[in-house]
Design a protein around this ligand. Structure first.
Ligand code: T46
Length: 137
């Protein structure tokens, strides 16, 4: 499994609390075009279940927790996001599922492209065909 990366975000800690700075092309591995966040979730309503053709993203769980399952068509890996000082960079061609979102979860996502529904592959069979083509190129 490749196409993802765990980013250890430097925490600046003092008696007042913690601060993390995000800087494009420094600790975020792309230019940031879009930021969105997901909240008011519950663990009975999983999200994701799609892949992106071109989009790169970094997921940071600011509060609560979520299991991010990543699938490359051959194997699946689960990564628990439960701290604001870890980022999960997901590159194109990875099927992702967001499971067990806690009710207090606040998930911030940085993206390198504007929103484009045409970049999504929301059908798993279509995803398998897509990665098969990628392997042949
Ligand atoms: C991803 C995971 C982690 C917009 O209008 N603009 C946006 O920037 C986004 C991200 C979504 N939308 C619309 C599209 C849908 O009508 O918001 C609705 C919910 O989106 P979606 O069902 O794709 O949400 P998730 O949580 O399943 O997936 C989202 C991102 O779409 C996706 O890129 O990787 O979060």
């Amino acid at each position: 499994m490749e196409k993802f990366e765990i980013l250890d975000l430097k925490e600046i800690k003092d008696s007042r609390g913690c601060l993390v700075a995000l800087e494009e092309l420094i600790n975020i591995p792309f230019e940031i075009k879009r930021v969105y966040y997901i909240y008011n979730t519950n663990n009975a309503s999983p999200r994701g279940f799609h892949a992106h053709k071109k989009l790169k993203q970094v997921l940071i769980c600011l509060k609560g927790s979520v299991d991010v399952v990543m699938d490359n068509g051959k194997s699946r890996i689960n990564f628990l996001l439960d701290t604001p000082n870890k980022g999960l960079a997901i590159y194109p061609g990875v099927w992702r599922e967001l499971l067990n979102c806690s009710e207090d979860m606040v998930l911030m996502v940085l993206a390198d492209r504007y929103y484009d529904e045409n970049d999504y592959i929301r059908d798993y069979e279509e995803y398998q065909k897509f990665i098969q083509k990628e392997v042949l190129i």
